[in-house]
Write a protein that binds this ligand. Structure first.
Ligand SMILES: Nc1ncnc2c1ncn2[C@@H]1O[C@H](COP(=O)(O)OP(=O)(O)OP(=O)(O)O)[C@@H](O)[C@H]1O
Ligand SMILES: [Mg+2]
Length: 304
């Protein structure tokens, strides 16, 4: 009989047992307590533990989306050593001045662009090296709401929302209509009123709603938004922000929202990334951002 087997069949000894050894017996959970004590001692000494490196299983399992040390240049460098992550169900807002590379980040995630250096992970899969077919499959996991809504002007609202379903699924016409109605309902548009209208007949806020309905038509578990509230009045901005929050809460999607609107970023985001001078100038929670005394951030937030 091995030591281990003996320990398993020996009945546990109580405190009154005369044969009990002087050293107290190990109890279940002791290992965990020791680990926690060591961890908190390390953290007290050296701050929080660093995140796991990007090539580990732990990193891949943790993050639905990750940019890992990305470098990208067009005529001149745009992104230098840019890293950010989104865990399941998180919303990361990307803020930054015009031309800093916010839309470029979304294009990297959709693999419409490939970085010169660094890696992009979606659901733990490194996507920069994928062939066209496989990249298309990865893209289908994501719903995209484009900058400026970008609806097809010559198509009706129905056809706009049905478009990704026709492109990427084999649903019947009846199933497509059910899905289109469901999504228009979700974004608080009356399907019977708007389905046959063209984008030109809609207000700015309604166009954004149709853009969101189209983005979520495939039931993606990742949503990417490029300036979903740009050009809207404050009230409509509020309703669109509320809609994005509803989508996150009810569908649990992991989201990246590029926005100029600091107020809606704070309402939506679990993490905020601020891009400046080709780098991630800040990446953290909204509370950490408001608590920062970094002069650039204070200036950028404009007293928010
Ligand atoms: N295909 C391209 N070819 C060359 N330069 C490009 C290309 N796409 C983007 N750029 C440049 O890269 C930079 C970042 O562009 P990007 O569209 O990502 O900025 P942005 O932060 O989204 O700006 P905005 O807030 O105005 O939408 C800009 O200087 C832009 O001119
Ligand atoms: Mg942009």
């Amino acid at each position: 009989m091995t030591d281990r087997e003996e320990r398993r069949i020996t009945p546990p000894r109580g405190p009154d047992d005369p044969t009990a050894p002087e050293t107290p017996l190990r109890r279940p959970g002791d290992d965990e307590r020791v680990r926690r004590a060591i961890r908190s001692a390390i953290e007290a000494d050296a701050g929080p533990l660093p995140p796991p490196p990007a090539n580990t299983m732990e990193f891949k399992a943790m993050n639905v989306i990750a940019l890992d040390h990305i470098y990208l240049a067009f005529d001149e460098p745009i992104l230098e050593d840019v890293s950010l992550t989104a865990k399941a169900g998180e919303t990361v807002a990307v803020l930054g001045e015009s031309g800093t590379g916010k839309s470029t980040i979304l294009k990297l995630l959709l693999r419409l662009l490939v970085p010169e250096r660094g890696r992009v992970f979606v659901d733990g899969e490194e996507i920069t090296q994928l062939n066209f077919d496989r990249a298309l499959k990865v893209r289908q996991k994501m719903g995209m709401v484009f900058q400026g809504a970008a609806l097809f002007d010559s198509m009706t609202v129905y056809e706009n929302v049905a478009y990704p379903l026709r492109e990427h699924t084999h649903l019947s016409e009846e199933e497509i209509e059910t899905r289109v109605r469901e999504k228009l309902d979700f974004v608080d548009l009356d399907p019977d009123k708007v389905m046959d209208q063209t984008p030109a007949e809609l207000s700015g806020g309604m166009k954004k709603r149709v853009g969101i309905a189209r983005g979520m038509a495939n039931n993606p578990h990742i949503m990417l938004y490029d300036e979903p509230t740009s050009g809207l009045d404050p009230l409509t901005t509020g309703t669109i922000t509320h809609l994005i929050l509803k989508l996150q809460r009810e569908l649990g999607a992991t989201s990246v929202v590029v926005t100029h609107d600091v107020r809606s970023a704070f309402r939506m985001a679990s993490k905020i990334a601020v891009l400046a001078n080709r780098k991630i100038h800040f990446f953290g929670t909204p509370e950490e951002l408001t608590g920062s005394d970094d002069p650039y951030l204070r200036d950028f937030l404009g007293g928010f």
